[in-house]
Structures are given as C-alpha cells and as structure tokens.
Design a protein around this ligand. Structure first.
Ligand SMILES: Cc1cc2nc3c(=O)[nH]c(=O)nc-3n(C[C@H](O)[C@H](O)[C@H](O)COP(=O)(O)O)c2cc1C
Length: 226
C-alpha cells in the first residue's frame, strides 16, 4: 500500500491503457474516497457520471472527433486554458508538449500523428472507465469556488486510484467539448461538464507512459515569508 507521499509522487498521467475494466467495488471505493474531498460549506458541487459502458464511451468519442474534424475548436461550458497565455506558463506548456512529442519521436510538422495523439484522448487511451465530472450551472454563475472544489475532487480521485493500482489521466480535452458530451449523455439542462478522468490499468510496456514532465523548483512557485 503506497504512503500518501508515494501516491502523490508516483502518480503521473498515463496515455496507454490495457483493455481491462475496473471491478465495480474498486471503482466505488475510489469514488467513495473522492467524495471525501473538502468543499466550501460542504456543498460537494460535483455531479459525477462514472461510465464503463463501452458503446456510450465510443459514441461520446465519435461525437467529439466528428465535431473537431468539422473544424470546431471547442464547444464548451467553461474555458479551461488561459485565453491569453503568458510566461512562465506558456513556456512550460510548450516544454511539456515538446517533451512528449520528442519522446514519441513525432516531428513538429507531423500534424497527422499529432492529431491522432489528440484524438486518443477521445478513445480514452484504450481505458474502459471514464469519470465525467459536472457541476450545477448555478454554482459557477459569477463564482469560481465550485471549480476549486471540483479540482480538488480530481486529485483525490487520482490519488485514491493509486491505492488500487489504478492509473489515470485527467482530461481538459473533454472540457473543450463539454457540450458535445452533455448532448450524448443527455445531461440534465442544469449541469455543465467540467472535465473527465480516464481510469484504468496502464500498459507498462507503452513508451508514452514513461513520460513524467518535471516540476519547477520550489523557489519558482513558493514565496517563503518567515
Ligand atoms: C485539469 C487537467 C486537464 C488535463 N487535460 C489533459 C488532456 O486533455 N489530455 C492529456 O493527455 N493530458 C491532460 N492533462 C495532463 C497534464 O498534461 C499533466 O497532468 C501534466 O503534464 C503533468 O504531468 P503528470 O500528470 O504526468 O504529472 C491534464 C491535466 C489536468 C490537471
């Protein structure tokens, strides 16, 4: 059983999974742990769809890829990434992307392979469980607290998964097509999709799963005032 620090340090986003569904009790234990995430006023703003129905996952992926292929850049409830990228964040984003493509020996100009790698998001990287996290639109109408809470939920989910040997990949790619997901899932009108997390058993032979982008030094992200 990993310690908390081991789970934190060992987790990394995986992008190639074995075709193996999580046992229902494992999935429920992970979701039960995620439900312990603290939230402002204990509002627990997450509304979660845990999907292992392969036809439905295929349909969601098909709908997103079709939308993307028609030239639509996003069809979303919330804007996840900055509208105006500035440094050092822009530099970090570029370095992280370049690092992944270099590892996979994908040329900068090879848009076909890059597009296929992006589409892999909507094939859930081969995993068979995807958790879609939504919140009530009222919670994020002029307020951002529910987004903070649901972000914390994401991390609890991914760390709890570690205990069961379950790997994950958080997905802002689905955030960008949240309305497409909502349509396929026929979500209630009051809900907005925030993100998804792929859960599964990583293919340890897959080169892509060895990618572990580094973090900046503590001095770059923390100001100590003693
Ligand atoms: C909110 C959020 C959205 C993300 N969206 C995607 C995504 O759509 N596709 C993907 O492959 N990785 C996605 N990632 C994974 C990040 O690229 C990854 O967390 C980051 O590069 C650090 O790497 P690590 O998770 O392996 O430590 C996302 C991460 C977060 C936290």
């Amino acid at each position: 059983m990993p310690t908390i620090l081991e789970a934190i340090n060992n987790r990394s986003s995986k992008r190639a999974f074995l075709p193996k569904t999580l046992p229902q009790d494992v999935l429920e234990s992970i979701l039960q742990a995620a439900a312990q995430t603290p939230s402002g006023a204990n509002m627990q703003p997450w509304v979660v769809y845990a999907i292992s129905n392969q036809t439905l996952l295929q349909n969601i992926g098909d709908a997103i890829i079709e939308k993307m292929s028609s030239g639509v850049e996003h069809d979303q409830f919330i804007q996840y990434y900055p509208v105006k990228w500035s440094n050092p964040y822009k530099k970090r984003r570029i370095e992280t992307g370049v690092g992944l493509y270099n590892l996979m020996e994908v040329d900068r100009k090879d848009t076909q392979t890059r597009t296929k790698m992006w589409h892999d998001n909507f094939r859930w990287f081969g995993a068979q469980n995807v958790v879609f996290v939504c919140t009530d639109k009222n919670n994020i109408d002029g307020a951002a607290g529910a987004l903070i809470d649901c972000g914390a939920y994401m991390q609890t989910l991914m760390l709890a998964a570690q205990e069961f040997g379950v790997d994950s990949c958080p997905q802002g790619s689905t955030t960008e097509f949240g309305r497409v997901v909502a349509e396929v899932l026929d979500l209630p009108e009051n809900l907005a999709l925030l993100y998804s997390v792929v859960l599964g058993y990583a293919d340890t032979d897959a080169k892509i799963n060895s990618y572990q982008p580094k973090r900046v030094a503590l001095e770059e992200s923390v100001v100590f005032i003693n």
